[in-house]
Each structure stands twice: as C-alpha cells, then as structure tokens.
Design a binder for this molecule. Structure first.
Ligand code: NAD
Ligand code: ZN
Length: 241
C-alpha cells in the first residue's frame, strides 16, 4: 500500500470507531462542485481584478463601492446552480448514521444542506439569506442574482447578503456553539481549508478528542500535532473511505 492508501485505510478505521465526529471545512470542500476557492492555483486570489479580492470582500468596500461589490458577488460568489459533491454527500451520510455531530463550515454556498446535512454551522453566513439593511425584510438569493446594480428592498433599502465580510464580526452564537461541538467531539476532521482566516481557523485548538485528520490539497497554514494528514481532493478521499 502506498502512503495515500494507508492514510485512507486509517481514516476509515477512525470513522468506524467514532460516535461524535465534527467536520471543519472551507472553500476546498466545494471546488469539486465547480466553485473556485480563494488560495489555490486557480483560486480567486490569483485572478486579476481592479481591486484585490480581499478588499472587494471587505465591509469598507461594500459601503464605498456597493455596485462594484455586487458585480463581483454576482459573478464570482453566487453559485446557485452548483451541486454537492462526494464530500458533501459522505458527510450527510455520516450524520444519518449517527457518527457525525456537526459540520462547521466557512463556506457560504449551502451545499452541505443541499446534500442532506442538517447540523450545519455556517461561520461566514450564507448566500441563501439576504436581508434589507433598513427594514430587515428577507429576500431569496434568486432575487440578488436576477437584479441589476444594487439590489433594493421595497422600502428602498439595500439588500445585503447575510455573508460575513472582512472587518465584520462572526455571529457569536454560531461561534460559541462551534467551540462547544469541537470540545465535545471524539474525532475532528478538517478539510479543504487553508486555515488562514481568523477567528475560524483557531477553532481547531479547542479539540481535545482522540483522533484528528486533515484532508487537503497541500498542507494548511497551521499544523495540528500528531494528526493524520492526507494530501488530496476531499471528494475523492471521502469516496474511498
Ligand atoms: P482557501 O481558499 O483559503 O483554502 C482552500 C484550501 O483548500 C487550500 O488549501 C486548497 O489547497 C484546498 N483545496 C482546494 N480544493 C480542494 C479539494 N478538492 N480537496 C481538498 N483540498 C482542497 O479557503 P478557506 O480556508 O475556506 O478560507 C477562505 C474563505 O473563503 C472562507 O472564509 C470562505 O468563507 C470563503 N469562500 C467560500 C467559498 C464557498 O462558499 N464555496 C468559496 C470561496 C471562498
Ligand atoms: Zn427594506
């Protein structure tokens, strides 16, 4: 067996022995669904725009250049037709089998729910919720996709996607519940994340369970002590588990 196969075999054993797994993931979980991540070779940060994507996705940019924000957002972030891949489906299966307590995701694409997962904590919000900044009215994502320029509420207010932009705080309740779940987990699987974005990336420090595994293309920015690392596409790896 090569090391990759050994890794997969070990991951299979870990999953079989687990009763309360938590999965912590990022944009790499959805690249096999055709949604670009930020930091890969073909990620959004390597493409050329008038402004750096980090700035476009900041609250300052949203407030100052609202129309340009929405141009970028509609073109690059709104992926309403994307379908879950094998990684999303496997996680939903583990939840149904009673092995997985929750998915904690930095993604905003809603693909875990599309695949059938129920316990999903969205640290950075969701493209599927959109809120009028003046009156709080809710709007479907399709309305943002189909609108031109700045999407507006009936009341005239700007409709903002419920996604956490740089400079914005995370939902404290979601963060606190994520900490709790990681603290209580017997196994932590981390996948498809560069672990660059704080405070999300620091959540893994709360894990004190028995087994941890990282499945990623290339090593993430932060390492975890003594964990199983499988370098590969998470959909492919999870299919083989
Ligand atoms: P990131 O782009 O910083 O890192 C992605 C990591 O996943 C990289 O290390 C990359 O090598 C790896 N990767 C890519 N494809 C993979 C695959 N098929 N299997 C395994 N690993 C793979 O993403 P991040 O760490 O999530 O942080 C960036 C921020 O990007 C997050 O806050 C998130 O909100 C946002 N984001 C979300 C989406 C989405 O919702 N799908 C897409 C782009 C960015
Ligand atoms: Zn309104």
């Amino acid at each position: 067996m090569d090391t990759r196969q050994e890794g997969i075999a070990r991951l299979r054993e870990i999953v079989q022995a687990s009763k309360k797994m938590v999965f912590f993931g990022g944009a790499g979980v959805s690249t096999e669904s055709g949604i670009p991540d930020f930091r890969s070779q073909d990620g959004l940060y390597r493409q050329k725009y008038k402004y750096p994507p980090e700035y476009i996705l900041s609250r300052t940019f949203f407030d100052r250049h609202t129309e340009e924000f929405f141009e970028f957002y509609r073109e690059k972030m709104l992926c309403l037709n994307a379908q879950p891949n094998a990684a999303h489906y496997k996680l939903a299966q583990w939840e149904r089998e009673g092995k997985l307590a929750a998915v904690i995701t930095q993604n905003i694409d809603g693909l875990h729910q599309k695949a059938g997962s129920h316990a999903v904590l969205e640290l950075h919000g969701s493209i599927w919720r959109n809120v009028c900044m003046d009156c709080g009215a809710l709007y479907p994502a399709e309305q943002i996709a189909e609108s031109a320029g700045i999407p507006r509420c009936r009341c005239g207010g700007v409709i903002k996607p419920d996604v956490v932009l740089y400079e914005e705080p995370l939902d404290q309740a979601v963060l606190a519940r994520s900490v709790e779940l990681i603290e209580e987990a017997d196994t932590l699987i981390v996948g498809g994340t560069s672990l660059n974005v704080q405070p999300a990336a620091s959540l893994i420090d709360f894990f004190r369970g028995k087994n941890a595994a990282v499945i990623n293309r290339g090593a993430p920015a932060r390492s975890m002590q003594g964990v199983l690392f499988i370098d590969g596409k998470i959909g492919e790896v999870f299919s083989a588990v």
